[in-house]
Design a protein around this ligand. Structure first.
Ligand SMILES: [Zn+2]
Length: 446
Protein backbone atom coordinates (compact mmCIF):
# COMPACT_ATOMS: atom_id res chain seq x y z
CA UNK A 1 0.00 0.00 0.00
CA UNK A 2 1.33 3.41 -0.97
CA UNK A 3 0.53 6.66 0.78
CA UNK A 4 1.56 10.16 -0.17
CA UNK A 5 3.87 11.36 2.57
CA UNK A 6 4.06 15.16 2.90
CA UNK A 7 7.38 14.72 4.69
CA UNK A 8 9.12 13.23 1.64
CA UNK A 9 6.90 14.86 -0.96
CA UNK A 10 6.14 11.55 -2.66
CA UNK A 11 4.16 8.33 -2.45
CA UNK A 12 5.86 5.76 -0.24
CA UNK A 13 5.21 2.14 0.58
CA UNK A 14 3.39 1.96 3.90
CA UNK A 15 4.93 -0.22 6.56
CA UNK A 16 3.64 -0.27 10.13
CA UNK A 17 6.12 0.11 13.01
CA UNK A 18 4.47 -2.78 14.83
CA UNK A 19 3.68 -5.67 12.53
CA UNK A 20 -0.09 -5.68 12.70
CA UNK A 21 -1.10 -2.48 14.46
CA UNK A 22 -1.22 1.06 13.08
CA UNK A 23 -1.22 4.21 15.18
CA UNK A 24 -2.85 7.30 13.69
CA UNK A 25 -3.23 10.78 15.11
CA UNK A 26 -5.57 13.02 13.12
CA UNK A 27 -5.98 16.65 14.16
CA UNK A 28 -9.61 17.34 14.95
CA UNK A 29 -11.57 20.52 15.23
CA UNK A 30 -11.53 23.51 17.55
CA UNK A 31 -14.77 23.42 19.50
CA UNK A 32 -16.09 26.91 18.76
CA UNK A 33 -18.33 26.40 15.74
CA UNK A 34 -20.72 23.91 14.21
CA UNK A 35 -18.96 21.27 12.14
CA UNK A 36 -19.27 21.99 8.42
CA UNK A 37 -18.62 20.05 5.25
CA UNK A 38 -14.93 21.02 5.35
CA UNK A 39 -14.48 19.42 8.80
CA UNK A 40 -16.27 16.35 7.53
CA UNK A 41 -13.93 16.06 4.57
CA UNK A 42 -11.08 15.66 7.08
CA UNK A 43 -13.14 13.25 9.20
CA UNK A 44 -14.04 11.15 6.15
CA UNK A 45 -10.42 11.01 5.01
CA UNK A 46 -9.34 9.62 8.37
CA UNK A 47 -12.38 7.32 8.38
CA UNK A 48 -11.54 5.82 4.98
CA UNK A 49 -7.92 5.34 6.05
CA UNK A 50 -9.12 3.74 9.30
CA UNK A 51 -11.56 1.40 7.53
CA UNK A 52 -9.20 0.44 4.75
CA UNK A 53 -6.42 -0.48 7.19
CA UNK A 54 -8.96 -2.64 9.08
CA UNK A 55 -9.90 -4.26 5.76
CA UNK A 56 -6.18 -4.98 5.22
CA UNK A 57 -6.14 -6.84 8.53
CA UNK A 58 -4.46 -4.26 10.77
CA UNK A 59 -5.58 -3.27 14.21
CA UNK A 60 -5.95 0.51 14.17
CA UNK A 61 -5.52 2.88 17.06
CA UNK A 62 -6.89 6.20 15.82
CA UNK A 63 -6.85 9.30 17.98
CA UNK A 64 -8.81 12.39 16.92
CA UNK A 65 -8.37 15.32 19.28
CA UNK A 66 -10.56 18.29 20.15
CA UNK A 67 -9.02 21.69 20.80
CA UNK A 68 -11.15 22.91 23.67
CA UNK A 69 -9.05 25.86 24.81
CA UNK A 70 -7.58 28.58 22.59
CA UNK A 71 -8.15 32.21 21.62
CA UNK A 72 -11.18 31.44 19.47
CA UNK A 73 -12.85 29.35 22.16
CA UNK A 74 -12.28 32.10 24.75
CA UNK A 75 -13.58 34.74 22.35
CA UNK A 76 -16.72 32.69 21.71
CA UNK A 77 -17.28 32.22 25.44
CA UNK A 78 -16.99 36.01 25.99
CA UNK A 79 -19.32 36.73 23.08
CA UNK A 80 -21.99 34.46 24.51
CA UNK A 81 -21.19 35.20 28.20
CA UNK A 82 -21.04 31.51 28.92
CA UNK A 83 -18.40 29.29 30.49
CA UNK A 84 -16.04 27.98 27.81
CA UNK A 85 -16.74 24.42 29.00
CA UNK A 86 -20.41 24.80 28.07
CA UNK A 87 -19.50 26.06 24.61
CA UNK A 88 -17.03 23.24 23.93
CA UNK A 89 -19.35 20.54 25.29
CA UNK A 90 -22.07 21.77 22.95
CA UNK A 91 -19.89 21.71 19.82
CA UNK A 92 -18.31 18.41 20.78
CA UNK A 93 -21.79 16.87 20.86
CA UNK A 94 -22.61 18.47 17.48
CA UNK A 95 -19.46 17.01 15.99
CA UNK A 96 -20.13 13.55 17.38
CA UNK A 97 -23.71 13.67 16.16
CA UNK A 98 -22.54 14.60 12.66
CA UNK A 99 -19.95 11.81 12.74
CA UNK A 100 -22.52 9.22 13.78
CA UNK A 101 -24.91 10.35 11.06
CA UNK A 102 -22.18 10.11 8.46
CA UNK A 103 -21.35 6.59 9.65
CA UNK A 104 -17.84 7.54 10.73
CA UNK A 105 -16.25 4.80 12.82
CA UNK A 106 -15.66 5.83 16.39
CA UNK A 107 -11.91 6.42 16.88
CA UNK A 108 -10.06 4.75 19.74
CA UNK A 109 -10.49 8.00 21.68
CA UNK A 110 -11.42 11.68 21.26
CA UNK A 111 -9.16 13.41 23.79
CA UNK A 112 -9.50 17.08 24.68
CA UNK A 113 -6.57 19.38 25.32
CA UNK A 114 -7.74 20.40 28.80
CA UNK A 115 -7.74 16.76 29.95
CA UNK A 116 -3.99 16.64 29.30
CA UNK A 117 -2.52 19.68 31.03
CA UNK A 118 -0.30 17.35 33.07
CA UNK A 119 1.22 15.74 29.96
CA UNK A 120 1.57 19.15 28.34
CA UNK A 121 3.53 20.47 31.33
CA UNK A 122 5.73 17.37 31.33
CA UNK A 123 6.73 17.81 27.72
CA UNK A 124 7.44 21.52 28.24
CA UNK A 125 9.71 20.59 31.18
CA UNK A 126 11.59 18.23 28.86
CA UNK A 127 12.04 21.09 26.41
CA UNK A 128 13.46 23.30 29.20
CA UNK A 129 15.88 20.57 30.23
CA UNK A 130 17.20 20.27 26.70
CA UNK A 131 17.44 24.00 26.13
CA UNK A 132 14.60 24.27 23.59
CA UNK A 133 12.30 26.37 25.77
CA UNK A 134 12.62 29.72 27.57
CA UNK A 135 10.29 31.71 29.74
CA UNK A 136 9.51 35.44 29.70
CA UNK A 137 6.85 36.99 31.97
CA UNK A 138 4.94 33.73 32.36
CA UNK A 139 5.05 32.94 28.62
CA UNK A 140 7.07 29.97 27.40
CA UNK A 141 8.51 29.96 23.88
CA UNK A 142 10.10 27.34 21.67
CA UNK A 143 13.62 28.20 20.46
CA UNK A 144 13.19 27.47 16.73
CA UNK A 145 16.83 28.20 15.79
CA UNK A 146 18.04 25.40 18.05
CA UNK A 147 15.99 22.77 16.18
CA UNK A 148 18.10 22.17 13.09
CA UNK A 149 15.58 20.46 10.88
CA UNK A 150 12.85 23.06 11.37
CA UNK A 151 10.94 23.41 8.10
CA UNK A 152 11.39 19.83 6.92
CA UNK A 153 7.65 19.22 6.57
CA UNK A 154 6.52 22.49 5.01
CA UNK A 155 9.73 23.22 3.11
CA UNK A 156 10.00 26.67 4.70
CA UNK A 157 13.44 28.00 5.54
CA UNK A 158 14.04 29.70 8.86
CA UNK A 159 15.96 32.55 7.14
CA UNK A 160 12.96 33.29 4.96
CA UNK A 161 10.65 33.17 7.95
CA UNK A 162 12.82 35.66 9.82
CA UNK A 163 12.88 38.11 6.94
CA UNK A 164 9.19 37.56 6.21
CA UNK A 165 7.48 40.86 6.85
CA UNK A 166 4.36 39.19 8.15
CA UNK A 167 6.07 37.65 11.18
CA UNK A 168 4.61 39.50 14.13
CA UNK A 169 7.17 41.28 16.25
CA UNK A 170 6.85 40.26 19.86
CA UNK A 171 9.15 41.99 22.36
CA UNK A 172 9.16 38.94 24.57
CA UNK A 173 10.67 36.57 22.00
CA UNK A 174 14.39 36.02 21.50
CA UNK A 175 13.66 35.57 17.82
CA UNK A 176 10.53 36.55 15.89
CA UNK A 177 10.07 32.99 14.55
CA UNK A 178 9.91 31.40 18.01
CA UNK A 179 6.41 30.23 18.86
CA UNK A 180 4.51 30.18 22.10
CA UNK A 181 3.98 26.90 23.96
CA UNK A 182 2.51 28.28 27.19
CA UNK A 183 0.56 31.51 27.57
CA UNK A 184 0.41 33.55 30.77
CA UNK A 185 -3.06 34.09 32.22
CA UNK A 186 -4.95 37.18 31.12
CA UNK A 187 -7.55 38.68 33.40
CA UNK A 188 -10.84 36.80 33.36
CA UNK A 189 -9.59 33.96 31.20
CA UNK A 190 -9.47 30.27 32.10
CA UNK A 191 -6.14 29.14 33.56
CA UNK A 192 -4.22 26.17 34.95
CA UNK A 193 -1.30 26.09 37.37
CA UNK A 194 2.16 25.47 35.97
CA UNK A 195 5.80 25.89 37.05
CA UNK A 196 5.69 29.19 35.08
CA UNK A 197 2.63 30.53 36.81
CA UNK A 198 -1.04 30.46 35.95
CA UNK A 199 -1.82 30.15 32.26
CA UNK A 200 -2.84 27.87 29.46
CA UNK A 201 -1.16 25.80 26.76
CA UNK A 202 -0.43 27.09 23.28
CA UNK A 203 -2.21 25.35 20.44
CA UNK A 204 0.60 23.20 18.97
CA UNK A 205 1.86 21.66 22.21
CA UNK A 206 -1.44 19.91 22.98
CA UNK A 207 -1.15 17.67 19.91
CA UNK A 208 2.45 16.69 20.69
CA UNK A 209 1.44 15.81 24.25
CA UNK A 210 -1.70 13.83 23.32
CA UNK A 211 -0.12 11.98 20.39
CA UNK A 212 2.81 10.83 22.54
CA UNK A 213 0.55 10.02 25.50
CA UNK A 214 -1.81 7.76 23.54
CA UNK A 215 0.40 6.45 20.75
CA UNK A 216 4.03 6.62 21.85
CA UNK A 217 7.03 8.70 20.86
CA UNK A 218 7.00 7.61 17.22
CA UNK A 219 3.67 7.08 15.49
CA UNK A 220 2.83 5.53 12.12
CA UNK A 221 0.62 8.21 10.60
CA UNK A 222 -0.13 11.79 11.55
CA UNK A 223 -2.80 13.52 9.57
CA UNK A 224 -4.93 16.61 9.22
CA UNK A 225 -6.08 19.22 6.75
CA UNK A 226 -3.43 20.69 4.44
CA UNK A 227 -3.97 24.08 6.10
CA UNK A 228 -2.31 22.62 9.21
CA UNK A 229 1.04 21.79 7.56
CA UNK A 230 2.43 25.17 8.55
CA UNK A 231 2.79 26.24 11.25
CA UNK A 232 0.82 23.65 13.28
CA UNK A 233 2.40 20.40 12.14
CA UNK A 234 5.84 21.90 11.60
CA UNK A 235 5.74 23.05 15.22
CA UNK A 236 4.42 19.72 16.46
CA UNK A 237 7.42 18.01 14.86
CA UNK A 238 9.85 20.51 16.39
CA UNK A 239 8.44 20.18 19.91
CA UNK A 240 8.03 16.41 19.86
CA UNK A 241 11.37 15.55 18.31
CA UNK A 242 13.22 18.09 20.47
CA UNK A 243 11.65 16.53 23.59
CA UNK A 244 12.06 12.84 22.73
CA UNK A 245 15.03 12.83 20.36
CA UNK A 246 13.07 10.43 18.12
CA UNK A 247 11.22 10.83 14.83
CA UNK A 248 7.66 11.90 15.63
CA UNK A 249 5.63 10.41 12.75
CA UNK A 250 6.65 8.16 9.87
CA UNK A 251 3.91 9.35 7.53
CA UNK A 252 2.24 12.73 7.25
CA UNK A 253 -1.08 12.53 5.44
CA UNK A 254 -2.92 15.75 4.54
CA UNK A 255 -6.34 16.07 3.02
CA UNK A 256 -6.99 19.03 0.76
CA UNK A 257 -9.54 21.72 1.52
CA UNK A 258 -13.21 21.91 0.70
CA UNK A 259 -13.67 25.24 -1.06
CA UNK A 260 -16.54 27.45 -2.00
CA UNK A 261 -15.75 29.40 -5.14
CA UNK A 262 -12.08 28.52 -4.64
CA UNK A 263 -11.97 29.82 -1.09
CA UNK A 264 -11.55 27.53 1.91
CA UNK A 265 -14.84 26.81 3.68
CA UNK A 266 -14.55 28.39 7.10
CA UNK A 267 -16.52 30.21 9.69
CA UNK A 268 -14.35 33.30 9.45
CA UNK A 269 -15.12 33.62 5.73
CA UNK A 270 -18.84 33.10 6.49
CA UNK A 271 -19.19 30.61 3.67
CA UNK A 272 -19.66 27.43 5.63
CA UNK A 273 -22.44 24.85 5.40
CA UNK A 274 -23.20 23.17 8.73
CA UNK A 275 -23.15 19.45 8.17
CA UNK A 276 -26.14 18.81 10.39
CA UNK A 277 -28.21 21.04 8.07
CA UNK A 278 -26.89 19.37 4.95
CA UNK A 279 -27.86 15.86 6.09
CA UNK A 280 -31.46 17.06 6.42
CA UNK A 281 -31.38 17.61 2.69
CA UNK A 282 -29.01 14.90 1.47
CA UNK A 283 -28.78 11.39 2.92
CA UNK A 284 -25.43 10.58 4.58
CA UNK A 285 -24.55 8.04 1.87
CA UNK A 286 -25.00 10.73 -0.76
CA UNK A 287 -22.69 13.13 1.07
CA UNK A 288 -20.13 10.33 1.41
CA UNK A 289 -20.41 9.49 -2.28
CA UNK A 290 -19.99 13.17 -3.21
CA UNK A 291 -16.89 13.59 -1.03
CA UNK A 292 -15.23 10.28 -1.93
CA UNK A 293 -15.66 10.83 -5.66
CA UNK A 294 -12.89 13.39 -5.27
CA UNK A 295 -9.43 12.19 -4.25
CA UNK A 296 -8.50 13.49 -0.80
CA UNK A 297 -5.36 15.18 -2.17
CA UNK A 298 -7.34 17.34 -4.60
CA UNK A 299 -9.10 20.55 -3.58
CA UNK A 300 -12.86 20.14 -3.95
CA UNK A 301 -15.21 22.97 -4.77
CA UNK A 302 -18.58 22.78 -3.08
CA UNK A 303 -21.00 22.28 -5.89
CA UNK A 304 -24.69 21.51 -5.68
CA UNK A 305 -24.79 20.07 -9.20
CA UNK A 306 -22.27 17.47 -8.11
CA UNK A 307 -24.29 16.74 -4.99
CA UNK A 308 -27.33 16.22 -7.20
CA UNK A 309 -25.30 13.91 -9.42
CA UNK A 310 -24.42 11.95 -6.30
CA UNK A 311 -28.17 11.72 -5.57
CA UNK A 312 -28.82 9.96 -8.86
CA UNK A 313 -25.63 7.91 -8.55
CA UNK A 314 -26.71 6.63 -5.17
CA UNK A 315 -30.21 5.98 -6.48
CA UNK A 316 -28.72 3.61 -9.09
CA UNK A 317 -26.79 1.74 -6.42
CA UNK A 318 -29.77 1.53 -4.08
CA UNK A 319 -32.20 0.30 -6.72
CA UNK A 320 -29.78 -2.48 -7.65
CA UNK A 321 -29.16 -3.49 -4.03
CA UNK A 322 -32.88 -3.53 -3.27
CA UNK A 323 -33.73 -5.50 -6.37
CA UNK A 324 -31.07 -8.14 -5.73
CA UNK A 325 -31.63 -8.32 -1.98
CA UNK A 326 -31.32 -11.91 -0.77
CA UNK A 327 -29.08 -12.96 -3.66
CA UNK A 328 -25.99 -13.88 -1.71
CA UNK A 329 -23.02 -15.36 -3.43
CA UNK A 330 -19.25 -15.21 -3.50
CA UNK A 331 -17.77 -11.92 -4.74
CA UNK A 332 -15.88 -11.63 -8.01
CA UNK A 333 -12.26 -11.94 -6.91
CA UNK A 334 -10.73 -10.04 -9.81
CA UNK A 335 -12.82 -6.95 -8.95
CA UNK A 336 -11.97 -7.11 -5.27
CA UNK A 337 -8.31 -7.19 -6.35
CA UNK A 338 -8.90 -4.25 -8.63
CA UNK A 339 -10.51 -2.40 -5.72
CA UNK A 340 -7.43 -3.11 -3.57
CA UNK A 341 -5.14 -1.92 -6.34
CA UNK A 342 -7.00 1.36 -6.49
CA UNK A 343 -7.05 1.85 -2.74
CA UNK A 344 -3.42 0.75 -2.35
CA UNK A 345 -2.54 3.63 -4.63
CA UNK A 346 -2.84 6.39 -2.03
CA UNK A 347 -6.53 5.71 -1.27
CA UNK A 348 -7.87 6.26 -4.76
CA UNK A 349 -11.53 6.44 -3.75
CA UNK A 350 -12.72 7.90 -7.10
CA UNK A 351 -11.15 4.86 -8.78
CA UNK A 352 -12.78 2.51 -6.27
CA UNK A 353 -16.21 4.07 -6.83
CA UNK A 354 -15.74 3.86 -10.59
CA UNK A 355 -15.45 0.06 -10.13
CA UNK A 356 -18.85 0.04 -8.41
CA UNK A 357 -20.50 1.84 -11.33
CA UNK A 358 -18.73 -0.40 -13.80
CA UNK A 359 -20.07 -3.46 -11.95
CA UNK A 360 -23.59 -1.99 -11.91
CA UNK A 361 -23.37 -1.45 -15.64
CA UNK A 362 -22.31 -5.05 -16.24
CA UNK A 363 -24.84 -6.51 -13.82
CA UNK A 364 -27.64 -4.86 -15.75
CA UNK A 365 -27.07 -7.09 -18.76
CA UNK A 366 -26.66 -10.46 -17.00
CA UNK A 367 -29.70 -12.67 -16.25
CA UNK A 368 -31.39 -12.08 -12.90
CA UNK A 369 -30.11 -15.26 -11.26
CA UNK A 370 -26.47 -14.38 -12.09
CA UNK A 371 -26.52 -10.99 -10.38
CA UNK A 372 -25.54 -12.38 -6.95
CA UNK A 373 -21.74 -12.15 -7.31
CA UNK A 374 -22.09 -8.56 -8.58
CA UNK A 375 -24.21 -7.63 -5.61
CA UNK A 376 -21.72 -9.19 -3.21
CA UNK A 377 -18.69 -7.44 -4.79
CA UNK A 378 -20.44 -4.07 -4.77
CA UNK A 379 -21.49 -4.57 -1.13
CA UNK A 380 -17.95 -5.37 0.00
CA UNK A 381 -16.54 -2.30 -1.73
CA UNK A 382 -19.25 0.01 -0.40
CA UNK A 383 -18.96 -1.28 3.16
CA UNK A 384 -15.18 -0.93 3.12
CA UNK A 385 -15.62 2.67 2.00
CA UNK A 386 -18.00 3.24 4.92
CA UNK A 387 -21.37 3.39 3.16
CA UNK A 388 -24.23 2.33 5.39
CA UNK A 389 -26.06 -0.24 3.29
CA UNK A 390 -28.12 -1.83 6.04
CA UNK A 391 -29.25 1.54 7.39
CA UNK A 392 -30.45 2.46 3.95
CA UNK A 393 -32.60 -0.67 3.75
CA UNK A 394 -34.22 -0.08 7.12
CA UNK A 395 -34.97 3.55 6.23
CA UNK A 396 -36.59 2.41 3.01
CA UNK A 397 -38.67 -0.20 4.77
CA UNK A 398 -39.61 2.01 7.64
CA UNK A 399 -42.94 3.47 6.36
CA UNK A 400 -44.14 0.05 5.14
CA UNK A 401 -43.35 -1.79 8.37
CA UNK A 402 -44.79 1.06 10.45
CA UNK A 403 -48.09 0.78 8.56
CA UNK A 404 -48.24 -2.98 8.97
CA UNK A 405 -47.54 -2.64 12.68
CA UNK A 406 -50.22 -0.03 13.23
CA UNK A 407 -52.70 -2.39 11.52
CA UNK A 408 -51.48 -5.12 13.87
CA UNK A 409 -52.03 -2.83 16.84
CA UNK A 410 -55.61 -2.17 15.71
CA UNK A 411 -56.19 -5.94 15.61
CA UNK A 412 -54.76 -6.28 19.11
CA UNK A 413 -56.99 -3.57 20.55
CA UNK A 414 -59.94 -5.35 18.95
CA UNK A 415 -58.79 -8.53 20.72
CA UNK A 416 -57.88 -10.30 17.47
CA UNK A 417 -54.63 -11.74 18.85
CA UNK A 418 -54.61 -14.66 16.47
CA UNK A 419 -54.34 -12.40 13.42
CA UNK A 420 -51.90 -10.06 15.20
CA UNK A 421 -49.59 -12.99 15.95
CA UNK A 422 -49.82 -14.16 12.38
CA UNK A 423 -48.64 -10.75 11.14
CA UNK A 424 -45.71 -10.95 13.58
CA UNK A 425 -44.81 -14.40 12.24
CA UNK A 426 -45.01 -13.30 8.62
CA UNK A 427 -42.69 -10.37 9.37
CA UNK A 428 -40.33 -12.75 11.13
CA UNK A 429 -40.10 -14.99 8.08
CA UNK A 430 -39.28 -11.87 6.04
CA UNK A 431 -36.36 -11.14 8.36
CA UNK A 432 -38.02 -8.51 10.54
CA UNK A 433 -38.27 -9.20 14.24
CA UNK A 434 -41.01 -7.54 16.28
CA UNK A 435 -40.95 -6.99 20.02
CA UNK A 436 -43.83 -5.64 22.13
CA UNK A 437 -42.74 -3.53 25.10
CA UNK A 438 -45.06 -1.89 27.61
CA UNK A 439 -45.01 1.42 25.77
CA UNK A 440 -44.54 0.55 22.13
CA UNK A 441 -43.78 -2.05 19.51
CA UNK A 442 -40.16 -2.18 18.33
CA UNK A 443 -38.87 -3.78 15.18
CA UNK A 444 -35.55 -4.41 13.52
CA UNK A 445 -34.06 -6.11 10.48
CA UNK A 446 -32.24 -9.27 11.43
ZN1 LIG B 1 -3.09 19.16 15.97
Amino acid sequence: MQLYNTLSGKKEKFKAIKKDEVSIYYCGMTLQESPHLGHMRAALTSDVLHRYLLFKGFKVRLIVNFTDIDDKVIEKAKEESRDFRKITAYYEEEYKKASRRLNILEPYFYPRATQHIKEIIEIIEQLFKKGFAYEVDGYVFFRVRKFNSYGKLSGRKTEELVSGARVAIDEKKENPIDFVIWKAMKHGEPYWFSPWGKGRPGWHIECSAMAIHYLGETIDIHGGGSDLIFPHHENEIAQSEAATGKPFAKFWVHNEMLNIKDEKMSKSLRNFIPINDLVEEFAPNIIRLYLLQAHYKKPLNYNRDMLNQAVSGWEHIKVFLDRTSGLEEKPIVSYIEEFENRMDDDLDTPGAIAIVFNLLHQANVVPEKEKGPYRETISIILKTLGFDITGEESKELSPVVDNILSLRNELRTEGNFKMADRIRDVLKVSGISVEDTEKETLWRIK
